[in-house]
Each structure stands twice: as structure tokens, then as C-alpha cells.
Design a protein around this ligand. Sequence first.
Ligand code: FE
Ligand code: FE
Length: 398
Amino acid sequence: MRIGVYGGSFNPPHRGHVLAAAELIQKLGLDKLLIVPAADPPHKSLALGSPGPLDRLALCRTAFAGVKGAEICDIEVRREGKSYTVDTLAELCRVYPGDKLFLVMGTDMFLSFSDWREPERISEMAALAVVHRSEDEELWNSVLVEADRLRRALDAEIVTVDNDCVEISSTQVRRMLAFGAPVGLEPGSLRLIREKGWYLTGNLKGLSYEQLQEVSLSLHDEKRRPHVVGTAETARTLAEQWGEDPDTARRAGILHDITKALNKKEQLHICEKYAMMPTQFQIDNPKLLHAVTGAIIAGEIFGESEAIVSAIRWHTTGRAYMSVLEKILYIADYMEPHRDFPGVEELRDLVWDDLDAAVWRGLDQSVCYLRRLGRLVDPDSLEAWHYYRKLTERSQLL
Ligand code: FE
Ligand code: FE
């Protein structure tokens, strides 16, 4: 028999995995494709809300049920201690003596293959089947070069599989699940996930601040986390100064960029799901969409107050007649400790004396910046710019 071995954390298994499995079976002419979910990695915890290994096994059974020839294999999940591919293959060689094994790997895994434990032994036990995971041609060229090198160095058998790319990742799938707008899942898997409340699909309303922060940070890209915490803390301090509730301001801060990691398509999917029609300007300038979708998610998923929802809605563009909380979030986002641009120090001084003047300064800098780049300014920002300019001028006269 020709047997494929397809490992991964499958957290959760999604349509990209399922399509790849079907294609692998067909293109490699396999009699069987073993889906081998990894045990929990020992030193790294899986994303918040992830089910345990046995539950991921159950999810895989559901997700791959429609793929003829796919078979779920529990050897890594059942093995004690750290799982190495070389051990998995050795075990499979014992179970399937005389059969031909193909180890399936993505491009990035393949490029680091030399650093794995016992690559020679792996290549003696199985052919390596490298699949395209993106349409990046440069990356694919380095795969071809590395394949040549390994063929010579290890006498490895390497086949490259040019599969149709489904540009979706488990991280994206998890985020959209938490936001109540799932994408890329088989209906059976989705039902199971929701039934069990995995991947933050349970009730997220009324969380304590600590819980809210944990959930929020888990949904952000790593590089944005310091900014989000910085904004929350700055908003809290500004609230103390300007007579707002510090906890409310902090909650608005920790949620303000909650949908920032989503791409344009995912942003629009959330708008559609929650019956919100974005303006043409927002569609043309997708960076503005995260304020719209962030506000939706703060209200619908986290059950936050109208005041917080509104502060998040206007945190990017500002608007005329902003509430105190809206102004606080707008400025906190602008001046939190990780921001570094000319004039930020002045803004940090000004904000303790005159909140409106600080908002005006922020708006003016944004508008000037966009104009310098020759870009159109959002109508809400423009209106806010006129409004706060007048307000600041008037207070300077008094
Ligand atoms: Fe933002
Ligand atoms: Fe921000």
C-alpha cells in the first residue's frame, strides 16, 4: 500500500486541511492517508480555549469524515512524553511492514527538516511529500533547491505536491469562531465546537477585567499586545484625571483593537454577519474597518455598554461632539507609552490640562499626515477636525 502520514496540531482541523487531504490522496495515488494529530506540545501551551488532544482527535474524525481514504491515527496523542516524527514513523513501519510511507510536510517545515531529530532515519523510512501552502514563488524555489540538496546529501526520496492553496490558518479560524462569525469549518466540526464551547465560543459576557484582558490578548497578534495593554492603562489614568470611570475606560482600551488582526475579507464578513453596512470609504480604506467591527464585537460578544461600544467605534477617526470616554480612548490610543512620533511628548503634556486641545492636536496631526501622503481624509475625521479646531480657538480667546 501507499500510505500518507499527515501530522499537525489540527487546532482545529479546517477546510484547508480537508481539501489538502483529498488532494494528497489523489495526487500521490495513496491507498490510505493517516491523519496524525499531535499531542499537546510540552513547553508551549495551545491557544486559550483549545480542547485537549483527545477532543482534537474527535474533531478530526468529524472533519475528515467525508474524505475517502483518510483515517485518523491516535499514536502521537496516546504516546507519553514528547512526540518526535522519527518515533511516529518507526511505529508506523512496524504496523505497516512492506508498505510505502509518504511523510506530508508544509514548505516551512520542509525547509527546517535538517534540524529535526534524525533526519537521515526519517528519510530512510518514508518519502517526503512537500505541499504548497502559499502562492509565494520565491519560497517554492527555495523548496526546490533544498529538495535537490537533500536528495544528494541523504539520498532522500522527495516528491513535491502542487496543491491548490486554501489561504486559511487555524489561528484565523479560531479568531472568527470567537467573534461568532465562523469561516472554513465543516458543519459537523462547527456543531461539535459550539456544543462544547471550545475556542471561546461560550459566553464571553460579563468577564472580570483580568479575564477580559486574557481573552483579548489571546486574539491579538503578539506584536500588538503591548500597544493594547498600553492603551488600556493610559485610558485608565486619563479617566481618573477627567472624571470618567477608570474601569470602564480600561475595558474600552483592552478591547479597542480586538479585530485588528483580521484581513479585509474577514472584516467584511463580520459586518455582513451582524447586518452592518460599511461605507464605500471604509471599504476602500480597510484599516478603518476594525473600528466598526471592534465596536460590534465589544457589544455583541463581550456585552459591553453602549458607552464602550461607541468609544471603540470612534477611536480611529474621531468625530464631532465626542463623549469624554470617546476622547479618552482616542487620545490613549494615540499617546500610549509605545507610541513614538514627533510631537507625542507635547501631546502627553497637553492632555492633562486640556483634553479637547489634545484631541484637536491629534486630529490635526492625522489629517496633515494623510494629506501629505495625498490620501483622502475620512469624512468623520474632517468634521471632527473642524469642530475641535473651533472649540480650541474659542477657549484660547477666553
Ligand atoms: Fe485601532
Ligand atoms: Fe490601537
